[in-house]
Write a protein that binds this ligand. Structure first.
Ligand SMILES: Cc1cc2nc3c(=O)[nH]c(=O)nc-3n(C[C@H](O)[C@H](O)[C@H](O)COP(=O)(O)OP(=O)(O)OC[C@H]3O[C@@H](n4cnc5c(N)ncnc54)[C@H](O)[C@@H]3O)c2cc1C
Length: 443
């Protein structure tokens, strides 16, 4: 999906500029391919720029390190294609606007969070040339799938299904007509010295590195392993954290290091129940999250909740809590619950908590906080600080789900009201929770 973000007439210029933000890859990237086509049409070189923004609050070295690994590979792939990759530091609308002064056209990709949309709006204002946005982080463009906020996965599934047959085609890759990779005319930060960059960006180092290496090559290696060794058990075992059947695509999707369409097509080619269960998560659930942040301006607070959930939580706001923990206790995995602590330790140690435990983890914080607002804040803080895939539409939707979003009312009970409840007994029924607790037990 293409969208003009300002009304400037076509401009003469020395190059076409692609401002890479959400789609941090040189393959399967619709914004990049559109920019190549536009540069070729004008017989101009294409420059790709990426902006490291030191204003990013509370970002951990683990996120930035993973991102820089991916960007280094992307830079090398772009160079192979004859395209210069310029990395700058500073507020994006300033860095990109400066490079855009001599551009005939600026192209942007599309992230859905408020900060990303605001960046593009500021850039559209600053530039004196046309700015075009190209959507590439979804299988079905968000406004094509639905024109409004969807109530649940069931309502969204029906809408998006109409656009999945025939299944969207992969992005064709074009050669550039005019090379820019070796003109040496532009300044760029060196990605081969990530430590220096992390210092420049003021990244916090509380968490230590995550257990994943960034970049498309690693994403494809994991995807390949998933399809060969794990997909066949996905439908039955994806809710068992001891089974190790997940794809681990979320960090790579979050940073746009692999195309969601590439992942979807690879799995779909296998077919069968397991592939269908996976596509339900990757396409329906993930793109429902994009729908949520696109259409619900309050996605980062309990104000986003449906009326029934807000009402029932308010009705039970005064219920006594059996346990109450402050953010610091939660962060330190210092609760009375060995399963919850194990989940928090998995997160701290690896940068990725198992998906099934994320639900339990969120529900318990709601149960153990003095107010739903405090619980909401604690969950988003921990999720965004430690999950490698945090600060993502999926994270906002996942936290909101713990408070009733995209869900229905259940039997009423203390603290939760009619919001779905989870307990340790339920975990033990589903899988060997003690084995999981031992795996991520205290040292
Ligand atoms: C409280 C809570 C917080 C969460 N925070 C995040 C987050 O910050 N970032 C994030 O990407 N996901 C988040 N999720 C959703 C989900 O848990 C993760 O996407 C999944 O565990 C990632 O691991 P994977 O790639 O190995 O998953 P797989 O099971 O292999 O799934 C493949 C892909 O499908 C998508 N997917 C899977 N489950 C969901 C889901 N429930 N909702 C939406 N998309 C899904 C993801 O893109 C994932 O990469 C959260 C869920 C909850 C309940």
């Amino acid at each position: 999906m293409l969208r003009r973000l300002n009304r400037h007439p076509p401009a003469e210029g020395e190059h076409v500029l692609y401002r890479m933000q959400a789609s941090q890859r040189a393959e399967g990237n619709p914004a990049l391919e559109y920019a190549v086509a536009e540069a070729n049409r004008r017989a101009l070189p294409l420059l790709v720029c990426f902006c490291l923004d030191p204003r990013g609050e509370g970002r951990q070295a683990r996120h930035l390190g993973f991102m820089l690994e991916g960007l280094a590979e992307t830079g090398a792939h772009l160079a192979d294609r004859g395209i210069a990759f310029l990395v700058g530091a500073g507020p994006p609308h300033e860095v990109v606007a400066a490079l855009g002064e001599e551009a005939a056209l600026v192209v942007a990709d599309r992230g859905y969070l408020h900060g990303q949309a605001e960046d593009r709006a500021l850039l559209a204002e600053r530039l004196a040339v046309p700015l075009v946005e190209v959507e590439g982080e979804v299988v079905v463009p968000v406004e094509t799938a639905s024109q409004k906020e969807e109530w649940s996965a069931a309502t969204f599934r029906r809408r998006i299904a109409r656009h999945l047959e025939p299944f969207p085609a992969p992005q064709a890759q074009r050669a550039v007509r005019v090379r820019s990779a070796d003109d040496g005319n532009h300044e760029t930060l060196r990605l081969d010295r990530p430590d220096a960059l992390l210092r420049t960006l003021g990244a916090a180092e509380d968490a230590g590195p995550a257990a994943f290496t960034g970049g498309l090559t690693e994403a494809r290696r994991l995807l390949d392993r998933f399809v060969r060794e794990r997909l066949g058990r996905y439908a039955n075992e994806r809710n068992d954290p001891n089974a190790d059947v997940l794809s681990c695509m979320s960090p790579y999707l979050h940073f746009g290091q692999i195309s969601p369409l590439e992942v979807a097509r690879r799995v779909r080619a296998v077919g069968g129940t397991d592939a269908a269960a996976y596509l339900e998560e990757l396409v329906v659930r993930r793109e429902l999250s994009m729908n949520f942040v696109r259409y619900n301006p309050a996605y980062a607070s309990p104000d986003c909740l449906p009326a029934w959930a807000a009402t029932t939580l308010a009705d039970h706001a005064g219920d006594p809590r059996e346990y109450e923990y402050a953010l610091a206790d939660l962060e330190a995995a210092a609760t009375h619950d060995p399963y919850w602590n194990a989940a928090q330790r998995e997160l701290l140690g690896t940068g990725k908590m198992h998906g099934y435990m994320r639900m339990y983890w969120g529900k318990k914080v709601l149960e153990w906080s003095s107010t739903p607002e405090e619980a909401y804040h604690a969950l988003l803080t921990l999720n965004n600080r430690y999950e490698l895939d945090g600060r993502d539409p999926n994270g906002y939707a996942g936290v909101a789900w713990c408070f009733g979003k995209h869900d229905r009312a259940w039997k009423e009970r203390p603290v939760f009201g009619k919001v779905r409840y989870m307990n340790a007994r339920g975990l033990r029924r589903k899988f060997d929770a003690d084995r999981y607790a031992a795996r991520f037990g205290e040292e």
